[in-house]
Design a protein around this ligand. Structure first.
Ligand code: XCC
Ligand code: SF4
Length: 649
């Protein structure tokens, strides 16, 4: 069995894992060990269960079958399986977007939700060609919500948000016939073509996979982000704290976990309700403390500064502190194991989405038309449960870190140059001069195959030390924040000289928290804005930029990887895609796909090597743009740039 220190680099997780080990309470890491050895066919993508002539599996060593019963080769089987992961991931992000659009419609009718960012509503309406003159906020919100909903069933044309991409990037999509048409339509298309006896060209399947993934990044996810900003207000820079130490020994602890802010936004208000605070006091609690896990935590962090209790692998650990009176879950990344863990403590697991039931949970369905009542009922349930807490069994690690979050494509560089006007000029100039070597996005999950947070931190530290500015979201963002990298003060310890200068001038930390995983759409907008500002090429693929997901596990991450590559980003995965038993497909995804979309994948489990692959790519793009090398001496010096130029062109 691995020691707690081998399982995680996060001190609070290590402390909880030691306590759990002593009590023999199993968590995801233990179940991962019990699962060894994991199925090699599955890992390599060589198992097909698509029809009932199968299951079929291809022998990677060549002694057994090299085709399925239908004649599908390893490349076809792995491509179909992967495409179905893209479809599922896109469906998840996009259905979240759909729910937000629904909440906005309810807001427009004057329910519990209200439009909080009228300016952004006006801007989006104008972008979509909706008449704004002399119209009430709710009237306009209705039209915008309906226009957003129309993107799901759209049959012809391309998704509205793709127009935000640089023209050269859009042209690539058109030429490849990969421009996303309608969100639901493209998900269905991919499910259809991956049936038995349908699309059997692995490249052809992958191009369709990119189209569906683009319908996520430039469709469902972007709708989620934009409409959440309008409905719940756009993020602003703010301070908060993260890690299990944010749980309070003397207060009612409510932990939200999952993805949609539609309920958690209401919980933020309900936990401040004077009557409920009174009720909490009457039960002997000093207050009500709200915190979060995973992306729903990131949502209420970004807009309200609500503290984050932890990332994906900490959900069971939070309950095991014995201090959580209610864990409130909705959709995605919620382990079915939580019911069992809550059963060992007094914690009430509360499911709230009509889409997701969990064993051992009580269900309090979110009714959007009376959202506040639902939120109050949940808070009351948590308060009533507080007296059941066994105070002597509470073990909250006294560990938490300060952070600055709340960055968006609109608000990062407003302060640079002393003028309060959004402009990307200072950022572009910093890149062009070599003060910043380039940009990187590091995102994604935890995965018990990898030491928790270790990949996120090592890759991010290597990039920062080499003057690469890192944008992050999701569970990576929480990992970085826990390690203290998200304080502006952190720059002087971890960043190269050029990045330090930028951080000091703008007042930002060296790694920027852009929100939840649907907010990776903010990074797409940010990169498009950088291209539009000028001087760094014509398309996203031209930028000295790269992406990584060191510890990914979800199908959603596969969709994200494909829209990143499809948008032109070099994307390094710490855990390979399940394609390595399919030689031609692997070659395509890590090579030739770049000719079509400008981006490609690399698989690299060593995070420092992964960061250096990203930096090599950034240097090659700088060379292709005839930009100078880094302004200051950097620990990982540029490789042979002449070779880099020819590699990039
Ligand atoms: Fe889930 Fe979004 Fe992954 Fe974290 S990072 S484990 S998907 S919560 Ni998106
Ligand atoms: Fe086997 Fe082909 Fe059916 Fe897959 S689709 S299970 S490879 S026969």
């Amino acid at each position: 069995m691995k020691t707690p220190q081998e399982r995680s680099v996060d001190p609070a997780s290590i402390e909880m894992l030691s306590i759990l080990g002593a009590r023999s309470l199993p968590v995801a890491w233990d179940r991962h060990e019990a699962m060894q050895p994991q199925c090699g066919f599955g890992q390599l993508g060589l198992c097909c269960r698509i029809c009932s002539m199968g299951p079929c599996r291809i022998d990677p060593f060549g002694d057994g079958p090299s085709e399925g019963i239908c004649g599908a080769t390893a490349d076809i089987i792995a491509a179909r399986n992967l495409a179905r992961m893209i479809a599922a991931g896109t469906a998840a992000h996009s259905d979240h977007g759909r729910d937000v659009a629904h909440a906005m419609l309810i807001a427009a009718k004057g329910g519990d939700y209200q439009i909080k960012d009228e300016r952004k509503l006006q801007k989006l309406a104008a972008e979509w060609g909706i008449e704004t003159e002399g119209r009430s906020v709710n009237d306009l919100a209705k039209d915008v919500a309906e226009a957003a909903l129309s993107q799901f069933g759209q049959q012809e044309g391309t998704l509205k948000f793709t127009e935000r991409a640089p023209a050269a990037t859009r042209l690539r999509w058109q030429e490849a016939d990969a421009a996303p048409r309608g969100i639901d339509r493209d998900v269905v298309d991919l499910l259809h073509r991956t049936n038995i006896g349908c699309d059997s060209g692995f490249e052809h399947i992958m191009v369709a996979g990119v189209r569906t993934a683009l319908a996520d990044g430039w469709g469902g996810s972007m709708i989620a982000t934009e409409l959440q900003d309008i409905l719940f207000r756009s993020p602003t820079w703010l301070r908060s704290r993260t890690n299990l130490g944010v749980l309070k020994a003397n207060e009612v602890n409510i932990v939200v976990h999952g993805h949609e802010p539609v309920l958690s936004e209401m919980l933020v208000a309900a936990t401040q309700d004077p009557q409920l605070l009174e009720l909490a006091k009457s039960k002997g609690a000093e207050g009500i403390s709200l915190s979060g896990i995973c992306c729903t935590a990131n949502e209420i962090l970004m807009r309200h500064g609500i503290p984050v209790a932890g990332n994906f692998l900490q959900q069971e650990l939070a309950i095991a502190t014995g201090a959580v009176d209610a864990m409130v879950v909705d959709i995605q990344c919620v382990l079915p194991a939580l019911g069992k863990m809550s059963g060992c403590f007094h914690t009430k697991l509360v499911s709230t989405s009509q889409k997701a039931a969990f064993p051992g949970a009580i269900h309090i369905q979110l009714d959007e038309s009376r959202a506040m009542e639902t939120a109050q009922e949940i808070v009351r349930t948590a308060i009533e449960n507080f007296p059941n807490r066994d105070a002597s069994g509470v073990t909250i690690p006294d560990i938490s870190s300060a952070l600055v979050a709340g960055f968006s494509a609109e608000n990062i560089f407003t302060a640079l140059g002393g003028r309060y006007r959004p402009s990307y000029r200072p950022l572009n100039d910093a890149i062009i001069s070599g003060r910043l070597r380039g940009l990187a996005a590091v995102v994604g999950c935890n995965n018990p195959k990898h030491q928790q947070d270790a990949g996120h931190l090592a890759i991010t530290r290597e990039l920062m030390a080499n003057d690469v500015l890192v944008a992050t979201t999701g569970c990576t963002a929480i990992a970085d924040a826990k390690a203290g990298l998200m304080c502006p003060e952190a720059a002087s310890n971890v960043a190269g000289k050029g990045l330090q200068e930028i951080c000091r001038a703008v007042g930002i930390p060296p790694v920027l928290h852009l929100g939840s995983c649907v907010d990776i759409s903010r990074i797409l907008v940010l990169l498009s804005n950088v291209v539009a500002e000028g001087g760094l090429g014509e398309s996203i693929a031209d930028l000295p930029a790269a992406a990584a997901a060191p510890e990914w596990m979800s199908e959603k991450a596969v969709a994200i990887g494909f829209y990143a590559v499809g948008s032109g980003a070099f994307t390094v995965l710490g855990e390979p895609l399940p394609v390595e038993g399919a030689p031609e497909l692997t070659k395509y995804l890590t090579g030739d796909i770049e000719k079509t979309f400008g981006g490609k994948f690399a698989f690299e489990g060593d995070p420092v090597k992964a960061a250096r692959l990203m930096i090599d790519h950034i240097d090659a793009k700088r060379a292709a743009l005839h930009l100078p090398g880094p302004m200051y001496e950097v620990p990982y010096a540029p490789r042979n740039t002449e070779a880099a130029v020819s590699a990039a062109s």
